[in-house]
Ligand binder design. Structure first.
Ligand code: FES
Length: 155
């Protein structure tokens, strides 16, 4: 699979492939799949609460107990792919796309607050977005708030 194809369609075993199966065409989804579909595709045991009103500019992305400590996943919110992680009791959100060559950081390996890109191993601190491997590079971070049982991310 070419890099362009991966960027447009996602990885063969990634979240978008699990959500859309083989019915997907060459074009990426115009709309983000509903949170329930993503939670099911990811095998998350906890559903995002539906009775939470997120702060202005924020979206509810997950239940606060959906991720295990040290877990990072890709979530698509409002058509934007972000990587959401839990370290201890703190949740973090960063852009899912690695600035090196588009690797999916949500599929990376997390060590503390440092995620390793699954493609070539560049490391990023998800607390501030800084690239540990290439200090001139960074990934976008998103503000996260816990409201009730919901992890809310500012887009
Ligand atoms: S794509 Fe992430 S390190 Fe190359």
């Amino acid at each position: 699979m070419s890099l362009l194809s991966t960027l447009l369609r996602g990885r063969p075993d990634g979240l978008r492939a699990r959500l859309f199966g083989r019915r997907r065409s060459a074009a990426p989804a115009a709309e983000a799949p509903p949170p329930e579909a993503q939670e099911k595709a990811l095998g998350l045991s906890k559903q995002a609460p539906k009775d939470v009103t997120p702060p202005d500019g924020f979206e509810v992305v997950l239940h606060k107990d959906a991720l295990a400590d040290g877990q990072i996943i890709e979530v698509i919110i409002g058509g934007t792919a972000i990587a959401v992680a839990r370290v201890g009791t703190t949740h973090y959100a960063v852009a899912n796309t690695c600035p090196h060559a588009g690797g999916p950081l949500g599929d990376g390996k997390l060590d503390g607050t440092v995620v390793s890109c699954p493609y070539h191993g560049w490391k990023f601190d998800i607390a501030d977005g800084r690239c540990v491997t290439q200090p001139s590079v960074s990934v976008r971070t998103y503000r996260v708030q816990i409201v009730g049982d919901a992890v809310c991310v500012e887009l």
